[in-house]
Design a protein around this ligand. Structure first.
Ligand code: ATP
Ligand code: MG
Length: 384
């Protein structure tokens, strides 16, 4: 009797001609998630089986697979010969020993001498004989015993279905550049877009020495959390200290955040094009803070020439974002204290509804191109 993991995927089957393309990416992503762990992945009629792993590593394998987008459900199963004696032995291992249950049989092998109803009835009857605390409930059983008789002479027997991450395989929908700060929102934004199949590369801006090294370490940690879902990522780090100093020195302080955002977007577009990303992703949520108004977004969008900006959190409340942050495992890191570069030189009264012409007039006091080029020269790249 061998332990295996059944992987059922979602949506992929909808993609018609592209199915092969999606499946190849999906299989590569599973391999990457299981890197360093002994295993074999095998395709089996519309699903995958993980085999030949150490049973002691089952939980680790499951927890890694739960982060792979595209997986609908998983089951830990016992693989036996298609023989009623062996099937019963596996069923009694898988079965709970008390409570209500139901045996469900699927028979792909039509040469198997019993039909699925007969298999369910016989195995169920024998389980009832052995475990006196069990009773059958076909409508709302507390537990299931699933028997899957395959065409190749083997049968898979399993209990529960574990819910997977759903979504599309990362890498099947292009690549985006995520503006990642040390806050709660941006890692969640990256996670949401990755779930729809996009590869994610990250960009962080710091204002060292006004922001400290811990702030940078924190962002690296957040990118690591995200990378478990995105099959790795690259973190680009750019210093915007001089830009902030120049804005502080030469412009109306109320425009600090608005102007800095425009610099961030200009730099982001250049980095995105360099790394082959087809869009920019931010963690902005409409109305969450003074700078996240539609006017603020209009002002920062205005400097982008060719790429769309995705803001997946725009329609979310903070508590919904926090729930997602906790679920992805980023929250405890995100709430560690840190200084974002935006909070350095923060004005008492930032403009909330900047008029584009006023923003441009303030910006005209700066040598924008030189500042952007200088910032690009500070690029550090961390592979995660
Ligand atoms: P977050 O929780 O992601 O920091 P926030 O609610 O604090 O978001 P802001 O600080 O106004 O909002 O930032 C809005 C968005 O701008 C962020 O979600 C992120 O995408 C981007 N951003 C802000 N600061 C930085 C930074 N230092 N480096 C990279 N991107 C940033
Ligand atoms: Mg922030």
């Amino acid at each position: 009797m061998e332990k295996v993991i059944i992987i059922r995927y979602c949506e992929l089957h909808l993609k018609g001609k592209n199915r092969g393309y999606f499946e190849r990416i999906f299989a590569v992503n599973m391999e990457r998630a299981l890197k360093g762990v002994k295993h074999e992945i095998r395709r089996q009629s519309g699903r995958y089986l993980i085999e030949n792993f150490d049973e002691s590593e089952t939980e680790d394998i499951i927890s890694r697979l739960l982060k792979v987008f595209g997986i609908h459900t998983l089951s830990v199963a016992l693989k036996v010969k298609s023989d009623m004696g062996e099937i019963f032995a596996a069923a009694s291992e898988v079965s709970q020993k008390s409570g209500t249950f139901k045996v469900e049989t699927h028979r792909a092998d039509k040469t198997f001498p019993l039909n699925s109803m007969q298999v369910s009835a016989q195995i169920g009857g024998r389980l009832l004989d052995v475990y006196k605390g069990l009773s059958v409930d076909v409508h709302e059983p507390q537990n299931l015993v699933n028997i899957d008789i395959r065409e190749n002479g083997t049968t898979l027997v399993f209990g529960s279905f574990i819910k997977g991450a759903d979504g599309m395989p990362v890498g099947s929908a292009g690549k985006g550049l995520l503006l990642i700060s040390g806050g709660i929102d941006s890692p969640v934004a990256g996670h949401m877009i990755a779930k729809r199949g996009m590869s994610i590369e990250c960009l962080h801006f710091h204002s060292y020495p006004y922001t400290n090294m811990q702030a940078k370490e924190k962002v690296i940690e957040l990118a690591e959390v995200l990378s478990r879902y995105t099959c790795g990522t690259t973190l680009n780090i750019i210093k915007v200290t001089h830009i902030q100093e120049e804005i502080h020195k030469k412009c109306n302080g109320e425009y600090m955040v608005t102007l800095l955002r425009r610099f961030m977007m200009r730099i982001a577009e250049k980095i995105a094009i360099k790394c082959g990303a087809q869009c920019i992703i931010t963690g902005e949520s409409l109305g969450q803070v003074a700078s996240q108004t539609i006017e603020g977004m209009t002002s920062s969008n205005a400097v982008i020439r060719s790429l769309p900006v995705l803001r997946p959190l725009c329609g979310f409340d903070k508590n919904e974002i926090i729930a997602r942050s906790k679920a992805m495992g980023a929250y405890d890191i995100s709430i560690l204290p840190y200084e974002d570069c935006c909070t350095v030189f923060l004005p008492k009264h930032p403009v909330t509804k900047p008029k584009l012409s006023d923003v441009e007039a303030e910006e005209a006091k700066l040598d924008v191109e030189a500042l952007v080029d200088e910032a690009l020269g500070t690029l550090e790249i961390v592979k995660i």
